[in-house]
Write a new protein. Structure first.
Length: 291
């Protein structure tokens, strides 16, 4: 077993295919397959479930992913300690909601990348549910998510409490007018697992005589465009609309008696191995640069 085998395995966990892992690690697919076989032979257990298009971690693979990240992190820290320098290096892969990536994360990332320019940083967007899953399985070092934290394996740092608003096209007089004028209400939302989608669904449940239809989209810009054109409504942080989309043909309404502020958290596993780069990133978050 070689150190590069760990990098190959982590790449498979990150990208989900042998082909992409080969590209990411500057090798060929046959070598990726061979090195994974070496690892599985060494441990005497299957680390991956293979299909024609993807590779998923087995329970043993998930445990090994944590170990692989921890080993590489400690090696990076040790290498830094031998060099006569205080420069922090390393790799970070952080998850983020698209709304947070647009509104809150830039302040944190600017502060961190200016202070630690040698750290390789990757930001992956997704829904709260998908990001939590990837943090739990060690695929992400941590993630910015929304809502209350209810998992004993995770710990979270509250970044901000977001005021939410129902977003709809300006050509409608009010949200109530829009709802009354349509028997079917279309919700323009991210996929299942999105906290804002869940809250909006509960809000519309107060109109039992209305039929709810979901139109799922995979980008924030696509959602804004659909709402702007009157295709339906969505739920987003009011600060996001004010700061990023004030020039668009949309407006927000926040029924004070029905919507509460929702926390945006940075979460990580309690047992996640923290290298020097990660410690500094977590420290940056705790200082509250998102405000």
């Amino acid at each position: 077993m070689h150190i590069n085998d760990l990098k190959i395995f982590i790449a498979i966990a990150d990208y989900g295919t042998f082909t992409q892992a080969a590209i990411a690690t500057n090798t060929v697919q046959s070598n990726v397959s061979a090195r994974i076989k070496v690892l599985e032979d060494y441990f005497g257990d299957k680390l991956l479930k293979r299909s024609t298009r993807s590779a998923e971690l087995t329970p043993a693979g998930t445990s090994f992913l944590k170990l692989a990240r921890e080993i590489l992190g400690k090696l990076e820290d040790f290498k830094e300690s031998l060099a006569d320098t205080t420069v922090i290096k390393g790799h970070l892969k952080i998850g983020c909601l698209q709304t947070t990536a647009a509104l809150r994360a830039p302040a944190i990332l600017q502060q961190f990348t200016e202070s630690y320019p040698e750290v390789e940083f990757k930001l992956k967007t997704g829904t709260t549910a998908s990001l939590i899953k990837e943090v739990l399985t060690y695929k992400l070092d941590g993630a910015f998510v929304s809502g209350e934290l209810n998992n004993g394996e995770l710990e979270g740092q509250t970044i901000v409490y977001e005021e939410l608003g129902v977003v709809y096209a300006k050509n409608f007089g009010s949200l109530d007018d829009l709802i009354k004028a349509n028997k079917t209400i279309k919700l323009i939302v991210f996929s299942k697992g999105c906290t804002y989608r869940h809250i909006l669904t509960e809000l519309l449940a107060t109109y039992p005589e209305k039929t709810i239809r979901f139109i799922e989209m995979d980008s924030l810009e696509a959602i804004i465009q659909a709402v702007e054109q009157g295709l339906g409504i969505t739920l987003l942080p009011t600060a996001l609309i004010e700061k990023q989309y004030a020039f668009r043909n949309v407006k927000t309404e926040s029924p004070a008696d029905k919507l509460e502020k929702v926390p945006t958290l940075f979460i990580k596993r309690k047992d996640f191995p923290m290298n020097n780069a990660y410690k500094e990133f977590f420290s940056t978050i705790q200082k509250g640069y998102a405000e």
